[in-house]
Design a protein around this ligand. Structure first.
Ligand code: F0G
Length: 458
């Protein structure tokens, strides 16, 4: 489908109107203080109904479009699951043809979530004792690699650790480090796994030029190149904004070009694809496809037919023009600009979240006193806005003492007014930052280290 340019001289800001709303309750300071105490000062544990604006994640919480709602309402409940015969499933055929048209991979396995895709794909492709070259991969990807007996070699560019640097592609792989890994022992490397719009370090994009260089290294060494493509749409929009030669290219073409450089991908549908459930494995290799299909079947990780219809309805809208992704990224960048003059942020802006540089925000709070969690608790207390520390930092970030607090903006859920309120709450916290003393972790017998921590104020 041709992508049309908007009318010359007029810039559209918001490519949708609101068709249904959910009322939000405005809590009192006393209610919020009680909620914080009950949640043991961990904003992750706050009950949803006491939250005003929730920027804890952008995953699975985007607003649905009317076609997705219609798909949900009309889902043929008696449609059989895919089993081992995808050809027989109408919902699968529809979704697969949409997916193939956009991403260009001949084989696709729809699964329940991104991490289900990773688990299956990594088990197939990471040999025990081997290394996976990556760019600060997401914790679930890293964990699955380690559970398969592999190790992650983080070869992201050094600029990823420099929070204030204006370098436009801080998600890039360092090609010298990547080559060095192969020269240490080519047989040790199972695959190269590239996350686009790298979540851990600020949502920074990977350039097409960098991916071409990575592709060349992969080909020269005979290893496959896989993408964690959760935020591919947003990465492609940032390429359009920043990479020379791409400003006039439709985002769809950039998406297809990036996919064309990879042998396969894993992807969550909960982020850029604005779906409440779903994930994908995509490949060009029929043998891997068959094995992945079988494993998804055995694991019970196949996506149900109504969820497939919702994803397909999303794909049809989100990729028709650049309007969806432009509106989404520009909204996040509005919040970044609004906050940027006043408080220390990770630079430059990205496409799904704004990240506060907590060490600069609260230099007086020692790392062992949980400054990011303390800041999140303070902001909730004054405003009802929920921020969360988000996924645990990568080892290379922990080693440097990097402390970030993420403001993840769900797609199409909030208006500019909500984001202005968030900015006011963050500015207020900054003006009173001397009052934020930190938190002390409270251990409870029988509580696993994987459960959200309990804290008490210092
Ligand atoms: N890869 C990346 C880059 C992610 O950000 C996530 C999830 C996943 C994989 C896993 O996908 O949730 O469908 O299983 N990120 C969420 C977040 C949880 O809040 O950033 P999933």
């Amino acid at each position: 489908m041709a992508v049309e340019e908007p009318s010359v001289g007029f810039r559209f800001s918001t490519p949708y109107e609101i068709a249904a709303v959910r009322p939000l309750r405005q809590t009192t300071p006393a209610e919020r203080a009680a909620a914080l105490a009950a949640a043991r000062y961990n904003t992750e544990l706050l009950p949803q109904e006491l939250i005003y604006v929730d920027l804890s994640t952008d995953s699975g919480v985007s607003a649905l479009n009317t076609a997705q709602l219609a798909a949900l309402a009309a889902a043929p409940v008696a449609e059989p699951g895919m089993g081992l015969a995808p050809e027989a499933s109408r919902a699968y055929r529809d979704l697969a043809s949409e997916f193939q048209r956009i991403f260009g991979f001949p084989y696709v396995v729809p699964v329940t979530q991104g991490r289900a895709a990773e688990r299956i794909w990594i088990r197939l492709h990471v040999k025990p004792g081997s290394v996976v070259a990556g760019n600060m991969l997401f914790p679930s990807t890293r964990t699955h690699i380690e559970m398969s007996g592999g190790k992650v070699a983080d070869v992201i560019v050094d600029a990823a650790h420099d929070l204030g640097s204006e370098e436009p592609f801080k998600g890039n792989l360092d090609i010298d480090k990547l080559r060095a890994l192969f020269s240490e022992g080519r047989d040790k490397v199972s695959c190269i796994y590239v996350e686009v719009a790298v979540n851990a370090c600020g949502g920074h994009p990977v350039s097409v030029e960098n991916l071409r260089a990575v592709r060349a290294v992969a080909t020269a060494n005979g290893v496959p190149l896989f993408l964690d493509a959760c935020r591919l749409l947003e990465n492609s929009y940032l390429v359009k904004q920043r990479e020379p030669g791409y400003s006039h290219r439709p985002v769809r073409e950039i998406v297809a070009e990036i996919c064309g450089l990879a042998d396969g991908l894993t992807m969550s549908a909960l982020k850029d694809l604005a779906a409440p459930a779903g994930g994908f494995i995509a490949t060009r290799d029929p043998a891997s496809y068959q094995k992945a299909w079988m494993q998804a079947f055995l694991d019970g990780a196949q996506l149900g037919s109504s969820a497939m219809e919702v994803v397909a309805a999303g794909l049809r809208e989100l990729f028709a023009t650049d309007a969806y992704v432009a509106g989404r990224v520009e909204q996040v960048q509005y919040l970044w600009r609004r906050l940027g003059g006043g408080v220390p942020l990770v630079r430059p802006p990205s496409g799904h979240a704004v990240y506060i540089d907590v060490r600069s925000f609260l230099p007086h709070v020692a790392p062992e006193n949980h400054p990011a969690e303390a800041l999140a608790a303070f902001i909730y207390g004054v405003s009802g806005v929920r921020l969360c520390k988000g996924p645990p930092p990568a080892p290379s970030q922990s080693a440097r003492g990097t402390e970030l607090l993420r403001l993840a903006v769900p797609a199409r859920k909030y208006l500019r007014g909500h984001l202005d309120d968030v900015a006011e709450a963050v500015f207020y916290a900054y003006s009173r930052r001397a009052e934020i003393k930190g938190l002390k972790r409270v251990e409870e017998p029988g509580r696993s280290k994987h459960q959200p921590a309990y804290f008490t104020p210092l």
